[in-house]
Ligand binder design. Sequence first.
Ligand code: ATP
Ligand code: MG
Length: 889
Amino acid sequence: MSTKIKYMTTAQIREDFLEFFQSKGCKRYPSSSLIPEDPSLLLANAGMNQFKEYYQGLKTMHEVGACSCQKCLRTNDIDNIGDSRHLSFFEMLGNFAFGGFTKEQAIEAAVEFCTKPEHLGLPMDRLYFTVFRDDDESIELWQKYGAESSHITRLGEEDNFWAAGPTGPCGPCSEIYFDQGEEFGCGEPTCAPGCDCDRYLEFWNLVFTQYDRQEDGSMPDLPHKNIDTGMGLERIAAIMQGQHSNYEGDVLRSLLGVGERLSGKSYGGTPTGADRSLRIIADHSRAVTFMIGDGILPSNEGRGYILRRLLRRAVYHGRLLGIDGAFLTQYAAEVRSIMGDVYPALTENAALIDGIISAEEERFNATLDKGEALLEAELDALAEGADLSGDVAFTLHDTYGFPIDLTREICEVRGHAIAMDAFDAAMADQRERARAAANRDAWGKFNNVWTALSDELTATEFCGYDNDKIEGATVLAIVRAGESVSMAEEGDQVEVVLDRTPFYAEMGGQVGDTGTLSSDDVCVEVSDTKHHEGDLYGHAGTIAQGTLHVGDKIDAGIHVGRRELIRRNHTATHLLDAALKTVLGEHVSQAGSLVAPERLRFDFTHFEALTKDELERIEGLVNAKIFDAEPIVTKVMGIDEAKASGAVALFGEKYGDVVRVVSTGTDDPEAKPFSRELCGGTHARNTAELGFFKIVSEGSVGSNSRRIEAVTSAGAVSYVDERLAKMDEVAAALKCRPADVSARVEQLQRDIKELEKKLKAALTGGSSNKISDAVSSAIDLGDYKFVAARLDGVSGKELRGAWDTLRDQLGMASACVLASVGEDGKVALLAAGTDPAVKAGFKAGDIIKNIAPIVGGRGGGRPNMAQAGGRDAARVDDALEAARKLVEA
Ligand code: ATP
Ligand code: MG
């Protein structure tokens, strides 16, 4: 065991592996994105993902084989993270062949790469091999290339047989292990490769996909036998560096260093306690950085949820280590500095990665604080020694993101345990739901009608950039109720596939076209166009007339007016994107869009609400471009040239080798136009067609993105028309000119305030007390009751209201003389009496005529109601006294 192993860095191993297989005729492929092409797969989890179509025989590889270093993320290993060999994110070196080389050549090459001194140079006596139980061929081959028979173990189907599903491609595997030494073993006599202990470390798996399992269980050979191998780069790096865990290899060790620096703790190389937390943060922070770099954003479902979980777990372990405040971007910076040269997306998207990490971390810290408060309150309410309810623990986990060990730790400090049965039950439920939601099989599922059609048919040719209508297209397929049929009749709901079409199928946010497919005998009203696997366009609609057959020739025409509106709105999203970047900064990245005829919606990464001023500047920039009337130019070019010309690529989007580049003003690759994007959509010919651009709303979607809705051309006109019509309505209701509306409303608001003040006084302080005082001061004149009272601060009109109240309280035979000095110092007088009082001789008009002059006024009225105004406030009491005398006389 003393053999010296030469030291190689991770970077050296990666490069050496790829060059080695290139020298064997394999073409070197870059890693595909963590977001797989295959929609049924959540995250890239093996090197073979990007080659699936070669395995299925859908594509043919012209080279001998392929090799790559693939970014992988395995969610099923999350619970093992912190052990010495499982990471969430790791790099997988792999070589692949689809008939281009044989099993023997694969085994020979593996041995050569592992043992040749100019490559890994590992000693044969420390290498072990496992094979599938029945795979004698592999045993012979490993021996032929130098393995001792005592170093070869047969394993069962569970470990060493790979299958895409119950039927289909499958085959035996062979794994290569490195013996780390007896001291790492469990010491059991049965200990051998495949044992759970750390003595034998699997680092390379070779899968020989050679059979095609049938329904009846028989396994004929595949037409061509495939080779699919995967070597964990972190595992082999640790081996080459004389270390015994992934974390001690150069890459992860430097991330552990970041944690040591932040927490002041030093890493001791164990899988427990603070070491475990340091490991978990190192792993998760790297995964998070790569995921965001590939365009994944935190969310509550799918891969966004996994990202969120990893990020939160890292934050929580930071708390366990006692790290103060937000810290994760420091890890992201380290990841960039050690891996940015191999994975440029990390550096290109640095601002975005940091922005998202900070925003998410801040939010989670706030949630953690809240959850902690909730837990403390629950614990306060618990009897001594009682268990915390499993439901509370689950809520903390589910709503507040509290991992159970955090809850347990806090509980333990306070002398409580958790009712784990209830918690486990709730968790099992949730896992079941999650499992149903995500199909994690590396091959995904491929048995729907469109997958089948995409095998048979070539991609639909889109000729709608330059044509609104084409003649004589051929009907290639008709799909009705999820089935491919040869004909369909009047009234049927169908999706029709043509060889070529001017209809744009929904993609990149732009909605599908509508229109008609027609010939002399048939007419199909198309209400939507959908994009399916294999670039097949489904014209969805109803057969309005006739019978449609596969093979028919048909004319296809879109609704031109609708498409014109869509074109303009699509161009507007490009102008908006450029304006947002100018005003808010380069961290702005498109996160989603909808381009419809009536309006457009644009989601983008940004961390706070936009101010009124920012919105105005953005709108202004877009409108300035529209008024400049710049042509929109489109150029088809190679992806590298496109990127070099500064074209904005959609974050997380995959592009082919040849792309369309849409620019304002000029297609000169040297020029820097206002907007230049990779885009397959349809566009206005000139910015002037947009007429003008108006933002109608701005709001948040999730924690890291904002949404702008806007309109252009006809949509903008009807938006403004509607607004103005509303304005006219309001002005009419306010009885003023539209220009005076705000002044009028301000006046009304002042009036309301004033009235509210008076009402309050009337109901409380002021006159209501005075009224009840007045009631109690009433004198009984035999035939009726009479009140003379002073109610200052109210108007003449309000005096009438006061009389109404008095009359209610005094009864049907009553009369009054009321006086008030208003806020303006003027005097108001009122005399009033009910019919019985008038019959008994009360004459309101006469009284007022007599007393008004006392306060310097004049007035009169009918016997039951009379009013007067006056100026001499000082003599109000005299006037009242005079009235009293008159009545009593
Ligand atoms: P294990 O049994 O150790 O989990 P596996 O059988 O799941 O490994 P494969 O699916 O065969 O592994 O992947 C190929 C190689 O990728 C493995 O031999 C290993 O070197 C590496 N690998 C797999 N999973 C991880 C992981 N979670 N972290 C780091 N490397 C891994
Ligand atoms: Mg595994």
